[in-house]
Design a binder for this molecule. Structure first.
Ligand code: COA
Length: 163
């Protein structure tokens, strides 16, 4: 089965990460989930041999989202998304889905078969619809742990070479 057509703003572009300012502008709008901008700066803005992809989504030159993909330290057949976010005012327009497309396509291009991430319970619906749209299998498991905001932590695994 082929992937379904994705809906996204027509003027959406993806560029390679160059500036922490873009990431900060997005993170500053997020309420309830506060990605550690300092951790991103430290771990991903410099040369990091495990970094596979760091894309900024832009509309009319303004940063509206980002996704980071790195090697999965636990599994050489897998990639891992430590961070993905869309500016609050730009959510529900298909940008997050398009960012996931970038990460899944990169994983496939590398010949890896699995993509993993951790998320809050409320985002399971987002990650589940990715599996349906991209025609890939998903496994979502409650880890029994919590984020610092008290929300349950889920592990998500996509098997991207579904036959
Ligand atoms: C999770 C996130 C990246 C999704 O990005 P997005 O651009 O809003 O996602 P999309 O527009 O591609 O959503 C696609 C579909 O996912 C589902 N979805 C996304 N957000 C949802 C929400 N808040 N509630 C219910 N369904 C949701 C819907 O089915 C949606 O399709 P629809 O808008 O046609 O109904 C974004 O909400 C975000 O940045 N949140 C804050 C940061 C965060 O939690 N990052 C993830 C850390 S694990």
């Amino acid at each position: 089965m082929s992937s379904k057509v994705l809906h996204q703003p027509s003027n959406l572009k993806f560029v390679d990460f160059t500036s922490m300012g873009d990431v900060e502008k997005i993170n500053n709008t997020l309420d309830g989930w506060e990605p550690d901008t300092e951790e991103i700066r430290k771990d991903y803005s410099k040369q990091n041999s495990a970094l596979l992809l760091f894309k900024i989504a832009k509309i009319a030159g303004q940063a509206v989202g980002y996704v980071i993909l790195r090697e999965d330290y636990d599994n050489e057949n897998s990639t891992y998304i430590p961070f993905i976010a869309v500016k609050t005012s730009e959510q529900r327009k298909g940008i997050g889905t398009s960012l996931m497309r970038q990460a899944v396509d990169k994983t496939k291009a590398l010949g890896k078969k699995i993509l993993t991430l951790y998320c809050e319970e409320k985002n399971i619906i987002f990650y589940a619809q990715i599996a349906s749209k991209f025609d890939i299998d998903i496994l979502a498991l409650a880890t029994g742990d919590e984020y610092s905001n008290g929300q349950p932590l889920y592990f998500v695994r996509y098997d991207i070479d579904k036959k």
